[in-house]
Structures are given as C-alpha cells and as structure tokens.
Design a protein around this ligand. Structure first.
Ligand code: HEM
Length: 485
C-alpha cells in the first residue's frame, strides 16, 4: 500500500475532524435541554478542559459557583460533569437521591493495570456471563443477537433496547468497593464491608485492641527520638497501614520490615499515579491507553503494588483453616467465595478480593494518616486547645490505662477538636466522583443518567453561612459544653 499524498491526507484529516465533532456533539447534546445546569462556554472536543485549574480545583470551582450558582456544568472532553456546591445541593443529591447518585464513573485505566479483564486474561466474571448467556439461549431458544458482538471477552457493541439482558451484562473491570458501579455487586460489597467492619469482632482480637496496640508502638517510635525534632509523617503512615493490615490480614508489620517499607512506598506511588494529571488525561481519552507499553509505564507503581498484594494474599490463603472462624476480612471474604460457588453473578470471587483489598488500603491509609498529621500540627499551633484536650484526657482516662472507645462519650471537647480537625483539614475537598444511574431533578435542574457528579465538600466545610470562622481552626464550632447539652 502506497503512502497517502497531500490531497488524500487532507481528506483523511477532514473526515477525522468531522467524526470527532459528531462524537463530541453526541456527548454534549443534553446541554441543550432547557433545565440542564448552566456552565461556561466550552470548546469543541476539549470542552472546558483548558478552563479548569487542575492545580487548585476547589478555588476555581468557587469562582464558577459565584458566576453560575450552586449547580453548574462542565464538559471535560467527552465527559459531562455537574459540580454540586453547598449543603442543600449536596444533601439533596447524596441523601435524598442516594440510590440515584451512588454510581461511579468508569476508570478506563483500571482495565489496563491489573484490575480489569484485559490484564487478567480470562476474567471469571465475563466468562460466566457468556456461559449464562449461552444457558439462556439454550433454555429459551433465543438466538444470537446480531447487534451484540463479543470479541476476545470484550463487548464491542451493545443493543440497549434488550433491557432483560442489562442485568447479565458485566460492567467494565471488577467492582471492588470504592469504584464499584451501582448494581448488585455494589450492594453485596457494601453490605459485606459494613457488616464485617461492624462485627470486628472477627478473629482473636477486636479492631479496638489492634488500634490500641498500634498506638503503643507508634508512641514508642516517637519516644525513640528522645525529644529531637522529626517529621512524624512516615511513622503515621506505618501505624495507619498496620491497622488496615490487621483488619485485612490479622497481622502487623514491624516498622523496619523491608516488605512493609516497600508496601508503603508502592501505595504512595499508586496514589500519586492515580491522582496525577496523566491518569486523568488517559481516563478522558482512553483510546490512548492502547499505545503499547504506555499503561505499564504510567502505572508501574500500581502494577507492582498489585503484585505485592497478590503475594501477601497467596501467603494468607496458605495459612487459612476454613473450619475455624474467620481471622480477618480476607478470611470472611473467602468464606463468601466458597458460598458463592455456582452463583456466577456473585461479586465474591478471587479476582474481586484483590480489588477490595487494594481499595481499602488506598481509601483508608493516606486519608487517615494525613488527618492525624493535621491533628498534630494543629495541636502544636494551638497550645491552648492542646492543654484543654490533655486536661480532659487526664480526667477521663488518666495515665495508667489505654483509651477505649467507651471513653469517647465522656470527652465532648476532644470529640469537638477531632471534628474540627476534619473540617479544617478538608483533606478530600472534592470527595470521590459519583455518577447518576438515572435521570434526576436537583434544585430544579434536570441531570441526565450517566452524568458525573463532583461533590465540592470544601464548599460545605468552609461555608461562611454555616460556620462562625470558616477559615480558622475553632473547636467551638462543634463543641457543646456539658452545661449546654
Ligand atoms: C479520616 C479518614 C478518612 C476520610 C477523611 C475519608 C473520606 C472519604 C470520602 C470523602 C469518601 C467519599 C464519599 C462519597 O462517596 O462521596 C470516602 C469513601 C470511602 N472511604 Fe473513606 N475516609 C477516611 C478513612 C477511611 C478508612 C480508614 C477506610 C477503610 C479502611 C475508608 C474506606 C472508604 C471506602 C471503602 C469508601 C467508598 C465508600 C462508598 O463508595 O460508598 N475510608 N472516604
């Protein structure tokens, strides 16, 4: 085949540009409905990508809120996004319409870095879906639908009118917890996580005992510095990671264990990779993920993190005795996998276990560790608050025993300080994105199914109409002195 000449190249370029514009128009057609939230003018294909300040999104959103109100829309390439601001709008979306907004946007990158079927060869879930489909064809005499083509386990065309098949259709990747698409797997995994966390309980030690022991180790590591200055961040990471490990693996690592140090470093790399601009860009233009070698290069930390989790999971399975009560969340999950044998629609399977474990490490580690760093910093900056907290600790717990959860009820000031640390720290200003699973009406606007929702939590935590001193650390915001209760 010869090379394209100048005129032919032009025709291909014009064809490609028209094709892109048509795809773009298709994605943004609902912006033309009268009750879609307003937003800034957007460019073809790129949408508002060039107008969003990715370095400081909450500040940029505050400016747009002043211009367009509590609900405004953005077009991020082909992704339609509505940003929710203020307590009323967020409560309406996440509480009143909790089920309709519980979906999550698909992360295309997952399919390429160890979570999705592509990276795992034959994905059990997809295989069983095909088996199920075949079973259905055999049972009902229903013949192959020409609008559905399956090629190497990937559905490349789907007829949306076949509603009865929607339930059988696997979603992209595996559910996990944090990124699970709204549906039966979402419900199963939430129910499982909440009940397992609540009844901990599991194994020989309760979660409270694990936390108390870890706090003792952390204090000992602090004491080793003999009053010399040090940054507590790495030690806080280690302590929090150990509490999550105790929940998942019923074990704790020594702080100088090389495998533990590697686990933490890979976890940090994974979070940096996932929250970086490149990951966002690749999720907006997933076609680029097909460039050979690119996903491996961009997500090398995440791949190594998953490989280490696989190693730990294999070791853990070898020491499990199914006749004994579960030692931890992984044992409880494996028991569910056994119960789910012969139920192909279940999300309890080995592939999803590694996803759940990774989700819990990623969702819990940095969030808790950064919050604790904020707490220490704020205690240093506000010695008056620190001495008030210390006084309450001395009165209620004393110096002779460890704290217990039951003490919380008798420590209103410390409780208020913890709430204020979380409000002021505002460590996840935009929360985690949601997606509408059907058309909904919010604050008089119509938001179509499939729209990504960004929850501007910062707009509530720093709201001038709610807090007396929104930009200051002020425990009195949530402190009710005993006399006032
Ligand atoms: C101070 C510490 C933490 C903060 C500030 C925090 C904050 C958040 C936020 C803002 C969300 C998004 C909620 C939404 O969907 O709108 C979230 C979700 C989640 N967090 Fe945390 N988190 C913390 C600790 C943890 C820990 C310790 C774990 C578990 C080990 C955890 C597991 C999860 C999970 C599984 C989700 C997804 C829940 C869902 O999709 O319904 N988080 N967290």
């Amino acid at each position: 085949m010869g090379l394209l000449t100048g005129a032919e190249l032009w025709s291909v370029a014009i064809f490609f540009a028209i094709f892109l514009l048509l795809v773009d128009l298709m994605h943004r057609r609902h912006r033309w409905t009268a009750r879609y939230p307003p937003g800034p003018m957007s460019l073809p294909v790129l949408g508002n990508l060039l107008q969003v300040d990715f370095q400081n999104m909450p500040a940029g959103f505050q400016k747009l809120r002043c211009r367009f109100g509590d609900l405004f829309s953005l077009q991020l390439a082909f992704e339609s996004v509505v940003v929710l601001n203020g307590l009323t709008a967020l409560r309406e979306a996440l509480v009143r319409h909790s089920e309709d907004t519980a979906d999550r946007p698909l992360l295309h990158t997952n399919d390429h870095v160890g979570f999705g079927p592509r990276s795992q060869g034959k994905c059990r879930k997809r295989q069983t879906w095909q088996e199920k489909r075949q079973q259905k064809q055999t049972a009902t005499g229903w013949t192959e639908d020409p609008t559905v083509v399956i090629k190497t386990n990937v559905v490349i065309k789907w007829d949306r009118s076949r509603k009865e098949d929607e339930a059988l259709r696997p979603k992209c990747g595996l559910p996990g917890v944090l990124q699970a698409q709204y549906g039966s797997a979402w419900r199963q995994q939430r129910r499982f996580s909440v009940s397992t966390f609540r009844h901990f309980g599991l194994g020989k030690k309760s979660l409270e005992q694990w936390v108390t022991e870890e706090a003792r180790c952390l204090c000992a590591a602090f004491t080793n510095y003999n009053g010399r200055p040090f940054s507590p961040n790495t030690l806080l990471d280690k302590a929090v990671c150990n509490v999550i490990a105790s929940l998942l693996y019923a074990c704790r690592f020594e702080y100088d264990d090389p495998r533990f140090i590697r686990l933490l470093s890979l976890l940090r790399d994974t979070i940096d990779e996932e929250s970086g601009f490149l990951a966002m860009f690749l999720n907006v233009f997933p076609v680029l993920l097909n460039i050979p070698g690119l996903p491996d290069k961009v997500f090398s930390g995440k791949k190594a993190f998953m490989a280490l989790q696989d190693e730990l999971l294999t070791e853990h399975k070898m020491t499990r005795d199914p006749t004994q009560p579960p030692r931890d969340l992984i044992d409880a999950f494996l028991a569910e996998v056994e119960k789910a044998k012969g139920k192909p629609e279940s999300s309890f399977n080995d592939e999803n276990l590694r996803m759940v474990v990774a989700d819990l490490f990623m969702a819990g580690m940095v969030t808790t560790s950064i919050t604790l760093s904020w707490a220490l910093l704020l205690m240093i900056l506000h010695p008056d608050v620190q001495s008030h907290v210390q006084k309450e600790i001395d009165e209620v717990i004393g110096q002779a025993r460890c704290p217990e959860m039951a003490d919380q009820a008798h420590m209103p000031y410390t409780n208020a300080v913890i709430h204020e640390v979380q409000r002021f720290g505002d460590i996840l200003p935009l929360g985690a994105p949601h997606k509408t699973s059907r058309d909904i009406e919010l604050q008089g606007f119509l938001i179509p199914k499939g729209t990504t929702l960004i929850t501007n939590l910062s707009s509530v935590l720093k709201d001038e109409t709610v807090w007396e001193k929104p930009l200051h650390f002020h425990p009195e915001h949530s402190w009710m002195p005993r006399a006032a209760l």
